[in-house]
Ligand binder design. Structure first.
Ligand code: ADP
Ligand code: MG
Length: 246
C-alpha cells in the first residue's frame, strides 16, 4: 500500500517487549491520517500507553516501525513542535503559576517574550482559564489543572496531540465539559489526535475512529478497527453553566 501524503502517524508491524518477557504490543498495524481523532480503546495493560509513547518517541519498538510524517518520532520531536503530550495527571510544575506553566514550551522554543505571553493567554482563554493566570496549580481543581495541561500542549501549536487517559480521574460533569472543549479545539485547530481511553462511551463520543485493542498481548487487527458512522464536523455547543462545576 502506498503511503498517503495525508498519513500522519503509522505503525507498521510494531512489537514491543519489555524485559524480554512482557509483550506490550504484538505486530500492531495502524495508519492515521491528518485530522483524524483516533481513540485507542482496550482494557488495562493491553498496550495503549505503550502505543502512544512509541508515537511520542519515548519508547523504541522492539520490532517494526513507527513513523510520524514518514520520519522517526524522535527526529520529529527534536526538530519540530509538531507533537504534544497530555498525561493523565496533568503534570504541572507546582512552583510555576498557571501562566508560567503554559509559557514553558514557548520559552523553550525561544522568540519574542511579548508574543509568547499573548499566545499563552490565548490558549488559556480557549480553555476558559484567563482569570486564573496568577494562580498556582495547588489552587485549582483537577478539571482546571487538566485544562491547563491541555492549554500547555496547545501552546506549542502541535499538529499531533497525544492524550493518555486525560479525563480518567475527573468527575462526570467536568469530563463532559472538557470533552466538548476538546472537540471544539480539535475542529478549530485542525489537529490529529491520538487519544487513549478504556472508556467505551468516551471513545464513541469523541473519535472519528477507534482502534480496539485486545487484552491478549497488544493485538490490533485491521478488522477490529471501528469506523464510526457519525458525520464529523459536528455542531458543538458547550453549556456555559457547566463551567461553574469545573
Ligand atoms: P495500558 O496503557 O493499556 O494499560 P501499557 O501500555 O501501560 O498498557 O502496558 C502494557 C504492558 O506492558 C503491561 O503488561 C505493562 O505492565 C507492560 N509495561 C509497560 N511499560 C513497561 C515498562 N516500562 N517496563 C516493563 N513493563 C512495562
Ligand atoms: Mg495506560
Amino acid at each position: 500500500m502506498a503511503a498517503s501524503s495525508m498519513e500522519v502517524v503509522s505503525y507498521q508491524r510494531v512489537s514491543k517487549v519489555f524485559n524480554s518477557e512482557t509483550v506490550a504490543l504484538m505486530e500492531f498495524d495502524l495508519s492515521i491520517k491528518k485530522g483524524e481523532f483516533v481513540s485507542f480503546l482496550g482494557p488495562s495493560g493491553c498496550g495503549k500507553s505503550t502505543a502512544l509513547r512509541l508515537a511520542a518517541g519515548l519508547e523504541r519498538p522492539s520490532n517494526g516501525t513507527v513513523k510520524i510524517f514518514d520520519k522517526s518520532p524522535k527526529k520529529v520531536i527534536k526538530q519540530t513542535n509538531d507533537i504534544a503530550f497530555v498525561f493523565q495527571d496533568a503534570n504541572l510544575l507546582p512552583w510555576r503559576t498557571i501562566l508560567d506553566n503554559v509559557l514553558l514550551p514557548l520559552e523553550l522554543r525561544g522568540g519574542n517574550k511579548k508574543e509568547q505571553k499573548k499566545e499563552a493567554i490565548r490558549v488559556l482563554e480557549m480553555v476558559g482559564l484567563k482569570d486564573y493566570l496568577d494562580y498556582y496549580p495547588r489552587q485549582l481543581s483537577g478539571g482546571m489543572k487538566m485544562r491547563v495541561s491541555i492549554a500547555r500542549a496547545l501552546a506549542a501549536k502541535p499538529k499531533i496531540l497525544l492524550m493518555d487517559e486525560p479525563f480518567a480521574a475527573l468527575d462526570e460533569i467536568t469530563r463532559q465539559t472538557l470533552q466538548m472543549e476538546l472537540l471544539d479545539i480539535w475542529q478549530k485547530e485542525e489537529m490529529t489526535i491520538l487519544f487513549v481511553t478504556h472508556n467505551v462511551f468516551e471513545a464513541v463520543f469523541l473519535s472519528t475512529r477507534i482502534a480496539v485493542m485486545s487484552a491478549r498481548p497488544g493485538r490490533l487487527s485491521s478488522e477490529m478497527e471501528v469506523d464510526l458512522p457519525f458525520p464529523r464536523k459536528l455542531e458543538l455547543r458547550t453549556d456555559p453553566s457547566f463551567s461553574q462545576y469545573v
